[in-house]
Design a protein around this ligand. Structure first.
Ligand SMILES: [Zn+2]
Length: 304
């Protein structure tokens, strides 16, 4: 096994959202009010990502709540525009936004940050494959889901993974505090659960970089156990649990029939899996997604 399993790693689980807007750009709530809201709703960390600027986070963190500086950048490749969430950057480079996407991602990393491609539903695999330097993509974005019904991007993720691109899957809110009479509030809808030794910025970032987290907009993944023969998952009650590999021959879906629900499933390894990820769906349609567990060398050239 070539990637780490957060369920077999020492530490505690920390819940966080890495994509949030405030009154510093087009959000409704102040940075302090947004931090307070997430803290009150059981979150442990929050990254403020106002558009093309880094919002001042001074005084927003406490012993049990970590606020991370960040931004959401508009960048370009050829004719295609990208939104990129930059986590843990102190400032926006003066040449940004509007610069070429891979240069922007390199600048983010030079500053000690990490880049996530935001709401990639409207991008294609051909837009994503040539770009180098992003840690992952948003496989669920609450705001885009509630506003436009285009918040899920697991098809993009599978297309990247099956081509050997090792990128992690993030659920985020892109919260603006936007809602109306037919649209739920976009705060606290999608999150990641990070396994880390403690709630410090270096520890949380290190675990995110290593893929020691899973994403969810509802269910809980309680455990994933990997042996030479099987991959076993335990979850909160779900309607289906799917093991997703690079093709049909390395994927299998378990669906609860009738009124009963599933809380575990076991995949018997074929020996041909390049990777496996686990996707758990409740009867209401909420999802949790593990990161891919890589079993083969393929894709090493694409390690980001
Ligand atoms: Zn955003």
């Amino acid at each position: 096994m070539l990637s780490e399993n957060p369920f077999a790693t020492e530490g505690n689980w920390y819940r966080g959202n890495l994509h949030t807007h405030t009154t510093s750009s087009d959000g409704v709530k102040t940075p302090a009010a947004m931090a307070e809201h997430y803290h009150q709703n059981g979150y442990d960390f929050l990254c403020l990502t106002d558009h093309n600027k880094v919002t001042d986070i001074a005084g927003l963190s406490s012993d049990d709540f970590l606020v991370i500086p960040g931004t959401e950048l508009d960048v370009q490749r050829k004719e295609q525009g990208y939104h990129v969430v930059a986590v843990n950057v102190p400032t926006v480079p003066t040449s940004l936004p509007g610069t070429e996407v891979s240069a922007a991602l390199a600048a983010i990393r030079e500053m000690g940050g990490e880049a996530i491609v935001a709401h990639p539903y409207d991008l294609t695999i051909n837009d994503l494959l040539p770009v180098e330097g992003y840690l992952g993509i948003e496989i669920f974005n609450t705001s885009v889901h509630h506003a436009f019904g285009r918040g899920y991007a697991t098809l993009h993720w599978d297309a990247l993974l099956s081509r050997g691109k090792r990128v992690w899957g993030f659920a985020t809110d892109d919260a603006h505090w936007h809602f109306n009479d037919h649209r739920p509030n976009d705060a606290c809808g999608g999150w990641i659960m990070v396994k880390a030794p403690s709630l410090t910025l270096p520890n949380i970032l290190d675990s995110i970089r290593r893929g020691l987290f899973y994403a969810s907009n509802g269910p809980e993944i309680k455990d994933i156990t990997i042996t030479d023969e099987t991959v076993t998952v335990r979850t909160s009650d779900c309607k289906s649990i799917t093991f997703v590999g690079q093709n049909w021959g390395t994927s299998e879906k378990f669906t609860a029939l009738g009124s009963r629900l599933l809380s575990s499933a076991e995949y018997k390894r074929r020996g041909t899996e390049e990777y496996l990820r686990v996707e758990c769906v409740t009867k209401e349609g909420q999802c949790a997604w593990s990161n891919p567990i890589w079993f083969t060398q393929r894709g090493d050239k694409d390690v980001l």
